[in-house]
Design a protein around this ligand. Structure first.
Ligand code: NAG
Ligand code: NAG
Ligand code: NAG
Ligand code: NAG
Ligand code: NAG
Length: 396
């Protein structure tokens, strides 16, 4: 009995310690957890998509979505609507111990099937956390759970969590970062540390995306070029291969009854382990990643609201003459979902230059022997370094 109590209190104190470490002191910086009320108004729509209330309907949706004749565009809209609400967006703001970068803030947007933990692995963080590496490189970094994921709100999967609203949320968060509201919130937060007291405004803001977060980032910089100083687009490129593997490759089940199950309403689906490997892992399985990394990727997976897929087309190929900064596309060599398994030679530099005609630089880099989830492969830190080198070369 006494032994069990001791074990329980040992476990408790270690969990408490782990969460303290996670939420505040890091080897290269300090972090605070924030719940940000974000007011957003955006065009939305009722799409002609099936309801998903069990596993059979989840797979049926995936087949529907992957069917060649299913429209993915305005043809699929039944009624145009407007969504206007205040949403709770959970975020983490981290500042470096030594800012070699004089206050440059990165705002990182994660993709589908994940939340902000994608950027901040607690499994071997020194090798797989983009947040840790970015602090070490001297940047501040904001990561947030996109609407519908993690500790942010999980509203209606069909009619609310849609691409234009999510782009507007990214815009509001960026405005809050640029006008000091975000740093104010951090200073007043419960677990605030002295490191957050003297912050006023970020000197510059760099937007970083992964996958669907890169759909959002590339559309955001195209539409609101004056709100960004540079962008890093990981795991996304517009080409004939984009998404051509289809949503059946996700191997989804219904989130509310899956194993594990998630507290989500109708229309949220979640990948099974085989889907996580299909989409997020690639390269030689003996050298590119480990079974532990795949298990960790399964542990932190998140459900996805299907309205996101119906509305994603709004974000693709937006023309961005207002974007004047540098942009790097960082592509995993063997990205299955984005490049159908091989990104080499897929980028069309002419098309990219036409999309961002006033960009100061456009670069495409390939990270070798890696699949879609860049941070969760063995050579992740060398991939992160390609980002910092690019930013450094362009004064960021
Ligand atoms: C919804 O709005 C889009 C863009 O404005 C338009 O192209 C489409 O025809 C509209 N659809 C309906 C059903 O009103
Ligand atoms: C900063 O931007 C946010 C988001 O747009 C806005 O709600 C807030 O009023 C602004 N604050 C200041 C001080 O300008
Ligand atoms: C570049 O930006 C300027 C405004 O700063 C704009 O007038 C021009 O049309 C843009 N260039 C192109 C090719 O769109
Ligand atoms: C690259 O993009 C340009 C401009 O959109 C297009 O004219 C050209 O055909 C594309 N090249 C290839 C190989 O697809
Ligand atoms: C690791 O990534 C770096 C940066 O892309 C690359 O130069 C290096 O060859 C990679 N190493 C291996 C073993 O793939």
């Amino acid at each position: 009995m006494a032994g069990r109590l001791t074990a329980a209190s040992w476990l408790f104190s270690n969990i408490a310690l782990a969460s303290l470490v996670q939420s505040s002191h890091r080897p290269s910086g300090y972090c605070v957890q924030l719940d940000i009320p974000v007011f957003a108004t955006a065009p939305s729509a009722i799409y002609d998509i099936p309801q998903v209330n069990d596993d059979i309907e989840a797979t049926a949706w995936a087949i529907f979505d992957a069917t060649w004749s299913t429209p993915h565009g305005v043809q699929n809209i039944i009624t145009n609507t407007t969504t206007s609400d205040t949403f709770n967006i959970h975020a983490q703001l981290c500042v470096p111990k030594s800012s070699g970068k004089n206050g440059v803030l990165q705002i990182a947007t994660h993709g589908v099937h994940y939340d902000s933990r994608y950027w901040d692995s607690t499994y071997k963080p020194e090798e797989h956390s983009y947040v840790e590496a970015t602090l070490k490189a001297g940047y501040s970094i904001l990561t947030y759970d996109r609407l519908g994921t993690g500790q942010s709100n999980h509203p209606d999967a069909y009619n609310v969590v849609q691409a234009p609203l999510e782009m507007e949320i990214l815009r509001q968060i960026t405005l809050m970062a640029r006008n000091g509201t975000l740093y104010d919130l951090a200073e007043k937060s419960q677990d605030a540390l002295p490191a957050f007291n003297e912050l006023e405004f970020p000197s510059k803001v760099v937007h970083v995306g992964h996958s669907f977060g890169s759909f959002l980032t590339s559309a955001f910089i195209a539409n609101y070029g004056s709100l960004t100083d540079g962008a890093i687009i990981t795991g996304y490129l517009l080409s004939p291969y984009l998404g051509s593997a289809g949503s059946t490759s996700f191997s989804v089940e219904y989130a509310a009854t899956g194993s594990p199950s998630y507290e989500r309403p109708s229309g949220y689906v979640v990948c099974q382990k085989s889907g996580i490997q299909n989409i997020f892992f690639g390269g030689d399985p003996k050298t590119a990643f480990t079974p532990e990394l795949l298990d960790y990727a399964v542990d932190i997976k998140q459900p996805v609201p299907i309205g996101e897929f119906a509305s994603a087309f709004w974000l693709i190929g937006n023309y961005g003459p207002s974007f004047k900064g540098p942009v790097q596309y960082l592509l995993p060599e063997f990205d299955f979902y984005i490049c159908r398994g091989d990104c080499k030679g897929v980028a069309n530099m002419t098309a990219l230059a036409q999309t961002y005609p006033n960009a100061s630089a456009i670069e495409v880099a390939i990270q070798p022997n890696t699949g879609h989830a860049l941070p969760l492969h063995n050579n992740a830190t060398a991939g992160f370094q390609l980002i910092y080198d690019f930013l450094d070369r362009h004064g960021l």
